[in-house]
Write a protein that binds this ligand. Structure first.
Ligand code: AHG
Ligand code: MN
Ligand code: MN
Ligand code: MN
Length: 334
């Protein structure tokens, strides 16, 4: 049986990435090594997230020899920074948790730049709702002369992107430009196993996902789109609303079930909330690789050229046809 074969012939994430990389004759295993360090960070966070509630319950969160227990997002950031630096394959790192980019010591430098959000959805930590890690990877031209300019590239230059969701199971979704694959952590093996090969987002969806509490400040296209989700005029059924408040979880559901996720601009936040380098770009890359689209309200999200590392942008991503509708509404208004 096919299924039986998979049970004994395990496609781990490392094996999968090695297979993919072996198609490139110039590959010397650097990307595989980088990725294995990212995977290590994800496993650490998965385990820390699982213990987060317990640690509090038994008092571990209080002081241990005078030192306050680190908050989960701070801890996750430290783990990822150290794992990425020690991989010897990175030269510059941008983290949501750090104001400044980290330039790796020349002795430990490699050719990759990684932009990441170590713990996304932090408002959901204390109630046990899904959270995640997001990352985007670029290749740097000259690792010995790296500057901030090297990080401020359009998203379409990314080499790979992914996220790990710490949910009812721990799932890592990855693309290195050859479609999207999902891997689930088998806790008994400590390995991510390929469970969602070649993910394609449905062409049209039945779900919309947005923080509707901001509706009074929305622009006209956003308002019109959401109104159409609820009261479609073409005789179709209304869409369902799902909003978790963790981008990773909301995007993961969108990828698997279809529909749209939006964090639009509003009057108070003309650039929305989500950050370009480590939220908007990686998720847009995955969406396109899965056959969906991602739009900023002005342009294809991956065409955007950021001018600072923590820049924000409005974002509309998901099923091809649904995003097409949003694009039409913005075009009408222009
Ligand atoms: P982070 O926890 O990394 O700061 O990001 C939170 C983000 C994102 O996960 C989510 O989509 C969004 O904030 C939710 O924002 P609202 O609470 O404004 O809806
Ligand atoms: Mn975030
Ligand atoms: Mn975060
Ligand atoms: Mn944060």
């Amino acid at each position: 049986h096919e299924a039986d074969a998979h049970r004994t012939d395990l496609m781990t994430i490392t094996r999968h990435v090695l297979n993919e990389q072996s198609r490139n004759p110039e590959s010397r295993g650097d990307f595989t090594i980088l990725l294995s360090h990212i995977v290590l960070g994800c496993k650490f966070v998965a385990s820390a997230v699982n213990k987060a509630g317990l640690a509090k319950l038994i008092g571990l969160a209080g002081e241990t020899n005078g030192e306050e227990q680190k908050k989960l997002d701070v801890l996750s950031n430290e783990v990822f920074i150290k794992a990425l630096v020690s991989s010897g394959r990175t030269c510059v790192l941008v983290s949501e948790e750090d104001e400044e980019a980290t330039f790796v010591d020349p002795k430990l430098r490699g050719k990759y730049c990684v932009c990441f959000d170590p713990l996304d959805g932090s408002s959901n930590i204390d109630c046990g709702v899904s959270i995640g890690t997001i990352f985007g990877i670029y290749m740097i031209k000259d690792k010995d002369n790296v500057t901030l300019e090297d990080v401020l590239q359009p998203g379409k230059n990314m080499l790979a992107a992914g996220y790990c969701m710490y949910g009812s199971s721990c799932t890592l979704v990855l693309s290195s430009g050859n479609g999207v694959n999902g891997f689930t952590l088998d806790p008994s093996l400590g390995e991510f196993i390929l469970t969602h090969p070649d993910i394609k987002i449905p062409k049209k969806g039945k779900i919309y996902s947005v923080n509707e509490g901001n509706a009074r400040n929305w622009d006209v296209p956003t308002e019109t789109f959401v109104e159409k989700c609820k009261y479609p005029k073409d005789g179709s059924s209304p869409k369902s609303l799902r909003y978790i408040g963790s981008m990773v979880a909301d995007v993961h559901r969108t990828l698997l079930y279809g529909g749209v996720f939006l964090y639009p601009a509003d009057e108070k936040n003309p650039n929305g909330k989500l950050r370009v380098l480590y939220e908007v770009f990686p998720m847009s890359y995955l969406m396109e690789q899965a056959g969906g689209q991602s739009f900023t309200g002005k342009e294809r999200a991956l065409d955007l050229v950021p001018t600072k590392i923590h820049e924000r942008s409005p974002i509309f991503l998901g099923s091809y046809d649904d995003v097409e509708e949003i694009k039409a509404l913005y075009a009408e208004q222009a």
